[in-house]
Ligand binder design. Structure first.
Ligand code: MEV
Length: 425
């Protein structure tokens, strides 16, 4: 029997049926599995094929809505797409605690992205830096010519900055274009502009341009979210102190900070997926920003105020868009945006920041009190009870029994469900 190979030339040119056949043979997929891959949910195959290459099917994730969010005085339902249990429930629960003191308040710096142009082979980098800056107006003009629509909407290049950096290959001169990308995520606009001005930079500097690409450390496109949590909503001042101590741990220790920030990203990426954002860009920006002091740190701060209430704040980059890319092509993303009711990318980014802050609160409260497993166990027990045949009238009782006994298992669920059913009848 010949060895399987993944080296398949021209795979992208084959019709979808053919591609799927190859994959099915390669992975020995059953007829049922093949059919399932082909089964269309809410993304039809022709749209999928326009989005990426080599498509053989689509994959459906749960689409949920977190409730109870009050952001800047406005009630919002939060669409979330995620595979992890508990995240949506936790967000909804913690958003409820925030309501007593007015909910979450947000702001942002505006949709400013950075494009980088790398110049190598320069002997006099400091001199070259000033030469480039002398041509700032011309550079701005060339860049803005690339996107008249963006400029007509009030966007476009707002400034040019030049940095000299030391590298293992000697000094390099890095030009930054500072671009207002309005309601776009910005990668396309910024990359086009960076490529357009690169030859001009070569001309004025005599150096060699290498990379021309957006920076995902979007530290000019920050969102901010803050909230006050009434101590009585979360079990009193002792719990407030515990949460502040949990935050202090993250702030002192990168091993903990990584997990702390992961909890924040649970909420943010779930909204990013529901609204078809470039979530890798958001992750990259978040973690680079968390490291900006040289030490990886939490993206939130939790403090206690003079009333003994818990006060939380978050600040992080958020490169999201409402125009272009999958946001436009994915029909479910359009619906998610409609559910959110956002009109601008800034608004979307701020809501995502609010969700991150609340998700973080939910995790810290659980961790600093009963631990994370109890809540997880309850959800797990619920699923198992349903699988074991529990009807709606006995689900809660079955869950309670399993959790109390510490035996969240299918065999035990079956016994309990049978007992409860007998009792009921
Ligand atoms: C799990 O997905 C997220 C948490 O680990 C976050 C945290 O530890 O803060 C619970």
């Amino acid at each position: 029997m010949s060895e399987k190979t993944s080296r398949i030339s021209g795979f992208y040119k084959l019709p979808l049926e053919e591609r799927l056949k190859i994959v099915a043979e390669f992975a020995e997929l059953t007829e049922e599995e093949t059919m399932l891959l082909k089964k269309v949910g809410n993304l039809d195959l022709s749209t999928a094929e326009r989005m990426i290459e080599n498509v053989v099917g689509t994959m459906t994730y749960p689409f949920a809505v977190a409730v109870n969010f009050l952001i800047n005085g406005k009630d919002r339902l939060i669409p979330m797409v995620i595979e992890e249990p508990s995240v949506v429930a936790a967000a909804s629960n913690a958003a409820k605690w925030a309501r007593a003191k007015g909910g979450i308040f947000t702001s942002s710096t505006g949709p400013i992205m950075i494009g980088q142009i790398q110049l190598t082979s320069v002997r006099d980098p400091w001199n070259v830096k000033l030469k480039i800056l002398e041509h700032k107006n011309e550079l701005v003009r060339i860049a803005n010519e690339q996107d008249p629509t963006l400029v007509s909407l009030g966007g476009g290049v707002k400034d040019i900055e030049v940095r000299v950096i030391d590298t293992l290959k000697g000094p390099m001169v890095i030009t930054h274009i500072i671009v207002d990308v309005r309601d776009a995520m910005g990668a396309n606009a910024v990359n086009t502009m960076a490529e357009a001005i690169a030859p001009y930079i070569e001309d004025v500097s005599g150096g060699k341009v290498l990379l021309r690409i957006i920076s995902n450390l979007a530290d000019r496109r920050l969102v901010r979210a803050r909230t006050v949590i009434d101590k009585n909503e979360i079990g009193g001042e002792d719990v407030v102190d515990r949460i502040v101590d949990a935050w202090a741990f993250a702030s002192a220790d990168p091993y903990r900070a990584a997990t702390h920030n992961k909890g924040i990203m649970n909420g943010i990426i779930a909204v990013a997926l529901a609204t078809a954002q470039d979530h890798r860009a958001i992750e990259a920006g978040a973690h680079a920003y968390a490291s900006r002091s040289g030490k990886y740190s939490p993206l939130t701060v939790w403090e206690k105020n003079s009333e003994g209430d818990l006060v939380g704040s978050l600040e992080m980059p958020m490169a999201v868009g409402l125009v272009g890319g999958a946001v436009k092509t994915h029909p479910v993303a359009r619906i998610a945006l409609k559910i959110l009711g956002v009109k601008t990318a800034d608004e979307l980014g701020e809501i995502m920041g609010a969700v991150g802050l609340i998700q973080n609160l939910a995790a810290l409260k659980a961790l600093a009190t009963e631990g994370i497993q109890r809540g997880h166990m309850k959800l797990h027990a619920r699923n198992i009870a349903i699988m074991a045949g529990a009807t709606p009238d006995i689900i809660d009782m079955a869950v309670e029994r399993m959790v109390q006994e510490g035996r969240v298992r299918f065999d035990r669920a079956k016994e309990i469900v049978e007992e409860l059913k007998k009792m009921k009848s």
